[in-house]
Design a protein around this ligand. Sequence first.
Ligand SMILES: [Zn+2]
Length: 137
Amino acid sequence: MRVLQLDAEDQKLIEAAREVLRRNYHPVKHSVGAAVLCASGRIYTGINVEACGYGPCAEPIAIGAAFTNGEREIRAIVAVHKRGDTYPVLSPCGNCRQLLVDYAPEAMVIFDYDGQVVKARARDLLPGAYLSGFDEA
Ligand SMILES: [Zn+2]
């Protein structure tokens, strides 16, 4: 997997994810924030929605907000959680990796890779992924 170093635009996206989590943090219900950068240049954010031990991650909420507002191309995505007074970057779960392969395979995912925050193409984070055929529909 080819990983890249972050640039100033990536740092801005991380800060947007941190800001949405700061505003909406709840220790049980909302503990992860995400931000997506779209081809339009706009950033959309979301928080996870925990329910009975399972609920949508922050990433699909942010992607849904972007698509709801007419976006169709995601350039980058990041998720953060809260640890004390800090908001470290998370690595996307398996479900979110599949979602990204379906909706934004070329997007750059900013993630924690063995303690280092880097970015890689979404499709490279799920080798041999199931291909839904969404693009042909
Ligand atoms: Zn997830």
